[in-house]
Design a protein around this ligand. Structure first.
Ligand code: ZN
Length: 261
């Protein structure tokens, strides 16, 4: 069973959907940045209310509208007046733009684009968690696998999508796992397998072409991020590099498909 609704057959509907996806992106960014923050601190991520980090005052629904609350309160806590860092606002706008851009480039609503939007949200969360703690939480990886299981049956050309995904995942995962083991042995450090596991999960969603783009971009970005972490004297976190590479591969594949003769 597959479904695919072209976006621009009726331009008004297309523009409406893109604006809507921006709003969804902002809302989901607000949710996932909060979740990542709680996972890193070992707090319960499902229950518990959001609170101001300075005064601890519980935030009301009116304080939690993405983007709008921040602008209305001029970036300050309503209760104690302390400045709220703009980090969350930036991620809300970024994920909104990413959602809108992904939908516009893909040009139709189908299982592939639904999976990509869900992944973009999860990747933002796990990248933040990795950047703050140096560990990629397994819960996020499990969520990525759930997205694959729930969408794979609805993808056009499902058999090829599934076979190419599983082969790419096995190859990239194996090479990265061996690489991690070798680096750990040579440098006599305990290198984590988080990046290998993450790449393995993500490759399920890319065909052979997309995987080649992702691996190429991932190597370049991985080196850049490793150098940035070194210069900041923090634990190397590769999740942001792998996430960027995956999203770039997904979007580039769509662009290439559009302009291919
Ligand atoms: Zn406060």
């Amino acid at each position: 069973m597959t479904f695919s609704y072209p976006l621009f057959d009726m331009p008004f509907i297309g523009i409406y959907m893109i604006v809507l996806s921006f709003l969804f992106g902002a809302v989901f960014a607000s949710f996932i940045t909060c979740t990542a923050w709680r996972v890193v601190r070992g707090e319960d991520w499902m229950l518990g209310h959001s609170h101001c980090d300075t005064c601890g005052h519980e935030l009301s629904t009116a304080d939690l509208f993405p983007i709008i609350s921040y602008i209305a309160l001029k970036g300050k806590c309503r209760y104690c007046g302390s400045k709220v860092p703009p980090r969350d606002l930036i991620f809300e706008i970024l994920l909104g733009l990413l959602f809108a851009g992904t939908l516009a480039l893909h040009g139709s609503v189908d299982a592939v684009v639904v999976a990509c939007l869900a992944l973009e949200m999860l990747l933002l969360g796990l990248s933040l968690a990795d950047w703050d703690s140096g560990v990629i939480p397994d819960g996020f990886l499990a969520a990525i696998l759930v997205v694959w299981i729930m969408t794979v049956g609805f993808v056009p050309d499902m058999q090829r999508y599934a076979i190419e995904g599983v082969i790419s995942s096995a190859c990239v995962g194996l090479v990265m796992a061996i690489g991690t083991a070798v680096i750990g042995k040579v440098k006599k450090i305990k290198a984590g397998y988080g990046p290998a596991k993450l790449a393995m999960c993500l490759m399920l969603f890319l065909g052979f072409k997309g995987s080649v783009i992702a691996v190429g971009t991932g190597i370049v970005l991985g080196i850049v991020f490793a150098l940035v972490c070194k210069s900041k004297k923090k634990k190397i976190s590769l999740a942001p590099a792998i996430s960027f590479a995956f999203i770039a591969a997904f979007l580039l594949r769509d662009v290439l498909a559009k302009f291919a003769v």
